[in-house]
Every structure is written in structure tokens, then in C-alpha cells.
Design a protein around this ligand. Structure first.
Ligand code: F6P
Length: 514
């Protein structure tokens, strides 16, 4: 049983931060801070494995950072982090350890879980290489949802420059049959490999899509299920009962949204190969080591998580925008939405006591420069301040002249405009400025740098969740809707409305054409 952690609002530093916000934070102007602090860029930026981060355009000064660090120490962030890395059952509502970091750690002699991880990894990567070498397989279809979809889908797109030629990758997640039907139209059974990805192997959407895909395969004359279906799951028995014998397991201590490093990463391994997949793991492992060992003052995930607490609980900001300036990162905002909002979208602490402070902000975003022509208007001139996260990549993987310079110029210009603003008092062209942003810079978008970036976000979410005292590793909030859908499905057929609220009953009748 995880020890009860101190609630952050009980810590002395919480009150000091409230005072700091009232006295300085509320009126803080980052433009003035750059004048007063000649080395602000140096102190508020840092190297971390595989990336550079500039935090200097944020609404934070030295005293605030010191108080946030004090808050982290009072609330036992380091002990909580160490408990995760020691394999303690910190997911206390499900009584599970949280060990996704073990999936990317080198083999630990004598550790049974590490041995199982590496045996499975070796088998999965050998299988990936076999599929890569099999020219007859032209289409790989991943059927999964949530963490069994978003990670692999995001990473296969992000690492497009490393993708094997001659194979197409499809991701089917929605129970909406339009999605599966649209993909099946393009396929032939003899050249398709279906990967059924589900931690539990019970999820309604995935099981429905998997059954329909299997029925389609058989109707089209496909015979060899062993060659054309594989399952990625903790529930190997259920996969076998479904008729799939090629299975790659993982374990209950891997949360769905933290699972792309496990067998769930098989589509990534097929796309970029065993060496590339190992580089992805190595990049994440390097960030794990940084999070474990760097002093909090220079610990990037910790600093970012603390900034998130400052913005959410003292400035009252309700959302954060993700702006990847690389089109291959187009699925990153959706991936991060699950990572952060499913982890930290809670209103009780780990002991089930109601919280009276804010937790997860809303995350949203689109790749730049597209977002600039959609919602950046609101970021620059709207009434809410929304911290923006720019993710830029120094080198491009294409040979088109000028594009990359212009892309990077736009990223820099947007961050600059948010900070500087432009005076036109009372006018439509007034930009208030002093709008916070963080700038991440990757040398190149590679398996290793992507791995490090994703692990950075995981540990940042850990940090804010830890300070808020919540269990960041359960997701009870998705259960109720699942149960109610099971109740409503037969009512759509039989028209029974007893026990439904009038709105739901009315909609149900309309859907039945009554
Ligand atoms: O949305 C709830 C959830 O449990 C996620 O946490 C998970 O990633 C997703 O459903 C899919 O679950 P499974 O991998 O078990 O099919």
C-alpha cells in the first residue's frame, strides 16, 4: 500500500506561493524580467537527453522556482519518484506497480520482470524483422484504441522518415464501422497482417473491430490466421480463445497510455526495424536516468511539472496548447491528451478525498504553421492566457529549399510575438504580450529523440500528479460511459426507455425513427 502523501495545499510552500502570486506573480512581466535578469535565458533553459528546452519566456522568476522546488520537497516528490523506480505499488487504487520505465531499461540480471521484458522484446523484434522481410505482407492494420492506438499511431507517423518502403500502416480504433470498412476496402487478405492490440482484450471497440476483421478475412477466402493475425495483450488466454496463437504479452504494471514501449509498440518496430525500436527505448531510458538522478533544480521533467502546478493552481490557467512545428508530429497533441488528461484528470486524491484545487488542464493543439491560421488569433489576443509549447526540430529530412528555414522562423516568431506583443492602446491591433511559452528544440526527429521527448512528458505528468496527490495511473472516469453503453445498446433495438432520463429517452426514440 502506497504511503499517504502530503497534500500540496497543506505544505508551507503552498501558502508562500499564494503570497508570491499576489505580490509578484500576478503582475509579473517576462519582458521586464529579461531586462532585469541578464542571464535569464541561461538560467531558465537547459540541456536534457536528446533535446534543449527554453523555459525563459514563462511567467516565473527565481523566487517562484525556489518556492516550487520547496513545494516539491515538502510533498515528497523525490521519494515518490524513487518509489516508482523501486517498483512499489504506487498505483494504489488498482494495487499495481508502475514500471513502464523497465520496458526501456537494459536487462537487470536477476530481476524476473526485466528478464520477461527482454525475452518478449527479443521475440517481438525478431517477429518484426520477419514481417519486414516478408514482401508478401504489404499492409499492417493495428486494431486498438486509447493507449493501444494513440502511441503507435503517433510514433509511426513521427518516424515516417525511418519507415520501411513497400508497407502501408493503418490504425483502426473507432467502433464506428466507417473506419474499419474504409480500411478493409483497400486490403487483400493474403497481403494483410492484423495486429489486435488490447491490454485487457475485452475493450468493446477493439473486440468488435477484431471480430469484424476476422469475419472479413475468412469471407475473403483468408485461411492462415496464424500468419495474418497477432495479438498484443496482457490477456494471452483471451487472445487464444479468440483464435490467435501469435501473441506478444505485457504486464499489468504497464498502463495503457504508457504502453508504446511494450508489445503494443509492434507496429512501430515493423515500421522502423529492431535497431530503430531499440533506439527509441534508449532515448526514453536516457530521460528516465535524467529524471531519476538530476537535482530538481536542473531536472527538466520536474521543472516542467512544477511550472504546470504554478500555472494551474496559482495563475488559474485551464489549458495548455501543444504546437509541434513538424508535420510528422501531427498526432502528438492527441497522444499527449490521453497521457496527461487520463492520468491527471481527477478530482479526488489517491486516498479518495475530494480536492479543492485544479488538476489536469485541457491539452490541445495542431502542428504549426497550420495552427497559426486557425486558433493562434485567440492565443495572441483572446481574453484567456494559454501557455504554448513549441516543439521544433533543427534539421529537416527533406531536400526542399527554404521550407525548413521558414518553418523555424515561424515557430520563433510566434513565441516572440506572444512574449513581446505590440502596442496599439485600445485598438484592434493591440497585442498585450507577456503570454507564456516553452520552446523545445530537437536536433533531428529520430527514434532516440522521440523516445526522450515522450519520456519527458511522462515524467512531467508524474510530477504534477504527484504534487496534486492523485493516483495518475488509474482511469476510473472512463468506466461509467462503458457500462451505460452496454445498457443502451439493446434498448436501441427494443425501444425500452424505462429508467432513462427524458432527454436520453427522447433521443433514443428519434434514433429508432419512432
Ligand atoms: O480509455 C480507457 C482505457 O482503459 C485506456 O486507458 C486504454 O488505453 C484503452 O482504454 C484501451 O484499453 P485496452 O488496451 O485494454 O483495449
Amino acid at each position: 500500500m502506497a504511503p499517504t502523501r502530503m497534500r500540496c495545499d497543506q505544505a508551507a510552500a503552498w501558502q508562500l506561493l499564494q503570497d508570491q502570486y499576489q505580490q509578484a506573480g500576478r503582475l509579473f512581466d517576462a519582458r521586464a524580467a529579461f531586462v532585469q535578469e541578464p542571464d535569464r535565458f541561461g538560467t531558465l533553459s537547459q540541456e536534457a537527453p536528446e533535446l534543449f528546452a527554453d523555459l525563459s519566456k514563462n511567467l516565473v522568476d527565481e523566487r517562484t522556482e525556489q518556492l516550487l522546488l520547496q513545494l516539491a520537497r515538502e510533498c515528497g516528490l523525490e521519494a515518490h519518484r524513487d518509489a516508482m523506480f523501486a517498483g512499489e505499488r504506487i498505483n494504489n487504487t488498482e494495487n499495481r506497480a508502475v514500471k513502464h520505465w523497465l520496458l526501456r531499461a537494459p536487462r537487470i540480471a536477476g530481476d524476473a520482470d526485466s528478464t520477461a521484458v527482454h525475452e518478449t522484446l527479443d521475440a517481438m523484434l525478431a517477429y518484426a524483422e520477419q514481417v519486414r522481410a516478408d514482401a508478401a505482407i504489404t499492409d499492417v492494420v493495428n486494431i486498438g484504441i486509447g493507449g493501444s492506438d494513440l502511441g503507435p499511431q503517433m510514433a509511426v507517423a513521427a518516424l515516417d522518415g525511418f519507415r520501411i518502403e513497400g508497407k502501408r500502416f493503418h490504425f483502426v480504433s473507432n467502433i464506428d464501422g466507417h473506419e474499419l470498412a474504409g480500411v478493409l476496402r483497400e486490403l487483400r487478405p493474403e497481403s494483410t497482417l492484423f495486429l489486435i492490440a488490447s491490454k485487457t482484450f475485452t475493450t468493446l471497440e477493439t473486440m468488435t473491430n477484431a471480430r469484424s476483421a476476422k469475419a472479413w478475412f475468412e469471407q475473403q477466402g483468408g485461411r492462415d490466421i496464424a500468419r495474418h493475425f497477432a495479438a498484443l495483450t496482457t490477456n494471452v488466454e483471451a487472445a487464444r480463445a479468440f483464435g490467435i496463437n501469435t501473441t506478444f504479452p505485457f504486464w499489468d504494471w504497464v498502463g495503457g497510455r504508457y504502453s508504446l514501449w511494450s508489445a503494443i509498440g509492434l507496429p512501430i518496430a515493423i515500421a522502423i526495424g529492431a535497431t530503430g525500436f531499440r533506439q527509441l527505448l534508449a532515448g526514453a531510458h536516457a530521460m528516465d536516468q535524467h529524471f531519476r538522478a538530476a537535482p530538481l533544480e536542473r531536472n527538466l521533467p520536474a521543472r516542467l511539472g512544477l511550472l504546470d502546478v504554478w500555472y494551474r493552481n496559482f495563475h488559474g490557467f485551464g489549458s495548455r496548447s501543444i504546437a509541434p512545428y513538424h508535420s510528422a508530429l501531427r498526432r502528438l497533441p492527441a497522444y499527449l491528451q490521453q497521457l496527461e488528461m487520463e492520468s491527471n484528470g481527477k478530482s479526488v486524491d489517491a486516498q479518495g478525498r475530494a480536492l479543492d484545487y485544479g488538476t489536469s488542464p485541457v491539452l490541445w493543439g495542431e502542428p504549426g504553421t497550420n495552427g497559426q491560421h486557425a486558433y493562434f488569433q485567440m492565443l495572441h489576443q483572446g481574453t484567456d492566457r494559454v501557455p504554448v509549447e513549441f516543439i521544433a526540430v533543427r534539421s529537416a529530412a527533406h531536400g526542399l529549399p527554404q521550407h525548413h528555414e521558414l518553418l523555424l522562423a515561424n515557430a520563433l516568431a510566434q513565441a516572440q510575438a506572444l512574449l513581446q506583443g505590440k502596442a496599439d492602446p485600445g485598438g484592434h491591433r493591440n497585442f498585450s504580450g507577456n503570454r507564456p511559452s516553452t520552446f523545445f528544440l530537437l536536433e533531428a526527429l529520430t527514434p532516440a529523440s522521440l523516445g526522450a521527448l515522450l519520456a519527458l512528458y511522462e515524467h512531467r505528468v508524474f510530477t504534477s500528479g504527484s504534487l496534486w496527490g492523485i493516483d495518475s495511473f488509474d482511469q476510473w472516469g472512463v468506466e461509467l460511459g462503458k457500462v451505460l453503453a452496454q445498457d443502451i445498446a439493446p434498448r436501441l433495438a427494443n425501444g425500452e426507455t424505462q429508467g432513462l432520463d427524458p432527454s436520453t429517452a427522447g433521443l433514443l426514440q428519434r434514433l429508432r425513427g419512432a
